[in-house]
Design a protein around this ligand. Structure first.
Ligand SMILES: NC(=O)C1=CN([C@@H]2O[C@H](COP(=O)(O)OP(=O)(O)OC[C@H]3O[C@@H](n4cnc5c(N)ncnc54)[C@H](OP(=O)(O)O)[C@@H]3O)[C@@H](O)[C@H]2O)C=CC1
Ligand SMILES: CC(=O)[C@@H](O)[C@H](O)COP(=O)(O)O
Ligand SMILES: [Mn+2]
Length: 353
């Protein structure tokens, strides 16, 4: 397989699962964490390695190492592997997804920004999502009429904060996720509830038109629920560990045990909460965005640009949502082609910067 983003949270878990199933790693792609990458190279012996920056090339302990976005695309095109695991973070992951699909490879897709920004132009039949909620929906789906598909949110780092305090929240505060250990950007997205909005859009592209919604389940033990038309609701329970969705994405005939079962007697009780717009202002645009999912490109670009500003301490935490909503209102348009997606992405970023 080809693994993009090997040094990240999903990347590291993917290599653990690959070891379990003895899957060969042909290409490793990483960013700045060269010391972890070197350890991975020793263990998995890839044919090709790609990193982000030219200045780090000499530190990589491999004879076939390249740098930059074009090199990632070339490595995909020149590889013989049938499977690409895309665990890059952000819009940067979109071109590799498109290239992998163009090369007729199967894509195990953690990079949710690919579908959020460009879902209207992506054939999802060759995509297996690596996301706990979509895995949960897929696991629950049966040949019965569905009324609604529901995914769960943890509520993020600030679910119990007094709302008045949120404007002063720091980057370090955003990283205190209650249940999951993940990369920096998705953990910020979890705190603003953008992650759940992205997941509703992803679900829309993966499972088609229908009714979608999200609720908070504070322990992240239920990942998805389906309301069937007959009045039954089924729920997908699993411990909060991405190795289960990854295992199914890597090994389509998965039969092995991956995680211990959720012990309901130890859990004792579950708590569900509504996602409210006072704590999560982004939720104001949720229904309208779900009706126009191709506008995800605007929301994604605005979010990435706003997060850059938040990290640089140019804006506060609550300004992330304000910035996204302002961009969403200004760019009241949907892309008509993949080229439009890249154009609109650029325009929105310039507007915010
Ligand atoms: N973490 C999770 O549990 C889940 C994550 N996702 C999604 O999966 C994706 C990855 O998330 P996560 O693993 O948490 O993120 P991380 O930030 O932990 O990892 C991102 C990876 O991308 C690499 N990378 C970043 N920039 C570049 C670049 N310019 N060139 C090459 N590589 C680069 C990083 O390298 P380095 O670290 O070496 O700089 C790292 O390997 C995101 O889209 C996220 O939303 C979805 C569901 C669950
Ligand atoms: C592990 C995973 O799938 C994440 O997307 C998770 O859902 C993030 O947590 P939140 O529920 O807080 O967004
Ligand atoms: Mn998720």
């Amino acid at each position: 397989m080809i693994l993009l983003g090997s040094t990240g949270s999903i990347g590291v878990n993917t290599l653990e699962v690959a070891k379990k199933f003895s899957i060969e790693v042909e290409v490793l792609v990483a960013g700045n964490n060269i010391s972890l990458l070197n350890t991975q190279i020793k263990e998995h012996n890839p044919k090709t390695v790609v990193i982000a920056n030219r200045d780090d090339l000499h530190k990589v302990e491999h004879k076939n190492v390249f740098c930059g976005e074009e090199a990632i695309l070339r490595a995909i095109e020149e590889s013989s592997s049938e499977l690409v695991v895309n665990a890059l973070v952000g819009f940067l992951g979109l071109r590799p997804t498109l290239t992998a699909l163009k090369c007729n490879k199967r894509v195990a897709l953690a990079n949710k920004e690919s579908l959020v920004a460009c879902g209207a132009f992506i054939d999802t039949s060759k995509i297996q999502p690596i996301d706990s909620e979509h895995f949960g929906l897929w696991y629950l789906m049966q040949e019965r009429p569905v009324d609604k598909m529901i995914i769960t949110a943890s509520g993020g780092a600030f679910r119990d904060w007094e709302i008045e305090r949120l404007k002063n929240a720091t980057l370090a505060d955003t990283q205190k996720h209650p249940n999951w250990s993940m990369g920096q950007k998705i953990t910020i997205d979890s705190a603003t509830m953008m992650n759940k909005m992205f997941e509703l859009l992803e679900a829309r592209w993966l499972f088609g038109e229908g009714r979608y919604d999200a609720i908070i389940e504070t322990k992240s033990l239920i990942h998805a629920l389906i309301d069937f038309k007959d009045g039954s609701t089924t729920a997908h329970f699993a411990n909060a560990n991405m190795q289960l969705p990854i295992a199914f994405a890597l090994n389509t005939t998965m039969q092995e045990n991956i995680l211990p079962h959720v012990d309901l007697l130890k859990v004792g009780s579950l708590e569900f909460r509504e996602i409210t717009t006072d704590r999560y202002p982004l939720w104001q645009i949720k229904d309208e965005l779900l009706k126009n999912p191709a506008r995800g490109v605007v929301v994604n670009a605005a979010n990435e640009a706003a997060i850059e500003k938040f990290i640089a301490r140019e804006i506060g935490f609550m300004d992330i949502a304000k910035t996204v909503i302002r961009a969403y209102e200004k760019f009241d348009t949907a892309p008509k082609s993949v080229d439009d997606v890249f154009g609109l992405d650029e325009e929105v970023r310039s507007f915010i910067r």
